[in-house]
Design a protein around this ligand. Sequence first.
Ligand SMILES: [Zn+2]
Length: 40
Amino acid sequence: MPFQTYECQHCDSEFKAFEDANAAQNQFCSPRCEVDGKGL
Ligand SMILES: [Zn+2]
């Protein structure tokens, strides 16, 4: 099962995501962190 633990680039918290999920690609734990992390 391609389920991995990642560390969020923004808040440094660990989260689990499927390898092929967007969260795994971007390594942000949530859409909010993705927005903040990218400075959007
Ligand atoms: Zn985060």
